[in-house]
Design a protein. Structure first.
Length: 527
């Protein structure tokens, strides 16, 4: 498939106009204040409101993996991958009503800072380094890899040059304007993405002669979210038991996702922003998975399902609209990568450089270090993307989820056990973040390399679940052995209003109640 031959001058003109507008927004935000404070660079001065919080969280999640990989899995399996979007709502709820209130009330800027207050400075330091590793691999490496595939399909470029183009565009916003610039540009980018993606799907559906006949021509299992336990790709057991491990880590404890909540003006805005994110996640199935099904109906027999999205783009869209789709794809890339770079610089600068090396660092110095880390992180992300390109054992969507599944268990264990049981000890948390992380990553490496054999391993989501259960038992056991004189963390008692988890404005409760009803309805409808 040579997509480059389908592109005309007007398509590139549309992309150029988009980049000019995007750059203009970034420059305006970066220079509208004469003096940039470190809080503004990292947390937007804690001034974000619910629309920008919701769009930033969703935009961070909607990377090229969501577009290319979701369409690819839709082409081969139907809507089952929609669980990774629709089943997110319980864990976004946990962020809004359990973790979020703790984060906001303690006034932390990073999650390693929170975990340091919950346990000790060693725990904070371990989590900071592990978070840096996960951001480099999961957010930068994977996103740049998928984005490189995308740009390579469009421009007929090699992977390395495609990745370099993406990182240059994305790094500009994170280095120049920080979280505030990212939040402002995300409102523009995600609004454009929603509009153009809806238009794309409507045009695609219009190309199908008989929708009812086409619906019945697909396998019945394609329209079910929960598949039998003997299904090899996504059995319901793997979804119900394995996805929560990813969900808690991804939505509640990952700096890149939670950063905009930390930058919220107040708890109400954070809770409404999380709710808005959960509503936006409903769009993932019709906007990103459905195009893969439409491509299957119009263009069956593709050798590579990863080409489903761009095959449909070039096959059904007129000149000009192809350029608009290209702009949307760049929007998804930029949104994810610049959020990841900002989170990377926030953690390193505040949790490692300032705390460990130079506590007396000035505002100007911390901003400089943050921007330097952005640059170094961008270079490392490119290198990791090229390494990931060598893994060929899974389809793109499953590869992404599998890698995340092996990064998640240690952090999910420490945060979940640490928040639920106040007497879990710092020593136990440190063991999980050090030895447990090493075991989880080694297990993931063996799984991805099919050693000793592919048949030896269970489904990657179940494996993630088993690892987390084992780490949780170890953490509980070590805490009982080492916590005889440990009174438990005071973080839940100091500065916390009574029953803070149950207190929320009526408007917040109403929106969350409506969301829960809507999600239960969708799961009933598609099962």
């Amino acid at each position: 498939m040579d997509i480059h031959e389908h592109l005309k001058a007007i398509d590139f003109l549309v992309v150029a106009i988009y980049l000019v507008i995007l750059t203009g927004i970034g420059i305006w935000v970066s220079f509208r204040k004469k003096k940039q404070k470190d809080g503004n660079l990292f947390l937007a001065g804690k001034s974000l409101k619910w629309p920008s919080i919701g769009l930033t969280m969703w935009g961070t999640n909607v990377g090229p993996s969501m577009l290319i990989a979701s369409a690819g899995i839709g082409y081969t399996s139907g809507i089952v991958a929609g669980n990774f979007s629709w089943f997110a709502f319980p864990f976004i709820f946990l962020l809004a009503f359990l973790f979020g209130p703790l984060y906001k009330k303690t006034g932390i800027s990073t999650l390693p800072e929170f975990i340091g207050r919950r346990f000790n400075e060693s725990t904070s330091h371990l989590l900071a380094w592990y978070s840096i590793v996960t951001i480099l691999i999961s957010w930068l490496g994977l996103t740049l890899y998928a984005g490189g595939i995308l740009v390579g399909q469009i421009m007929n470029w090699p992977l390395w040059s495609s990745v370099l183009l993406i990182i240059i565009i994305a790094a500009f916003f994170s280095i120049a304007g920080g979280l505030e610039a990212i939040a402002y540009t995300n409102v523009f980018q995600m609004s454009l993405l929603i509009f153009v993606s809806f238009l794309f799907v409507i045009i695609g559906l219009g190309k199908i002669d008989n929708l009812q006949e086409a619906f019945h021509s697909t396998p019945e299992s394609w329209w079910k979210l929960l598949l039998p336990s003997d299904n090899k790709e996504f059995p319901w057991t793997a979804i119900i038991f394995g996805y929560p491990i990813l969900g808690i880590w991804f939505w509640c404890t990952d700096q890149s996702m939670v950063q905009s909540v930390l930058g919220a003006k107040n708890l109400k805005q954070a809770q409404l922003g999380a709710n808005f994110t959960a509503w936006l996640k409903i769009l993932d199935v019709p906007l990103f998975i459905l195009p893969g099904i439409i491509c299957f109906l119009l263009y069956p027999g593709l050798n590579d399902s990863n080409e489903a999205y761009m095959t449909l783009v070039t096959g059904i869209l007129p000149v000009g609209l192809v350029g608009l789709i290209m702009a949307v794809l760049i929007a998804a890339l930029v949104s994810t990568v610049d959020s990841a770079l900002n989170s990377l610089s926030t953690i390193f600068t505040l949790d490692i450089y300032v705390k460990k090396f130079k506590p007396q660092a000035s505002t100007k110095e911390t901003v400089f270090i943050g921007r330097l880390v952005n640059l170094l992180g961008a270079l490392l992300g490119v290198l990791i993307a090229l390494i990931i390109a060598r893994i060929e054992s899974l389809d793109l969507f499953s590869l992404f989820q599998a890698i995340l599944g092996f990064l998640a268990p240690p952090i999910t264990t420490v945060f979940l056990v640490g928040v639920i049981w106040k007497k879990s000890t710092p020593f136990a948390a440190n063991v999980i973040l050090s030895v447990g992380s090493l075991l989880s990553i080694i297990t993931g490496g063996l799984f991805l390399s099919d050693y000793p054999s592919k048949e030896f391993w269970p489904h990657f989501l179940m494996l993630s679940f088993y690892i987390t259960v084992a780490l949780s038992v170890i953490m509980l056991f070590i805490s009982l052995l080492t916590g005889k004189n440990y009174e438990g963390s005071k973080i839940f008692e100091t500065g916390q209003p009574k029953n803070y988890k149950l207190k929320a404005p009526m408007v917040v409760l109403m929106f969350w109640g409506a969301l829960i009803v809507a999600m239960l309805g969708l799961y009933i409808l598609f099962n």
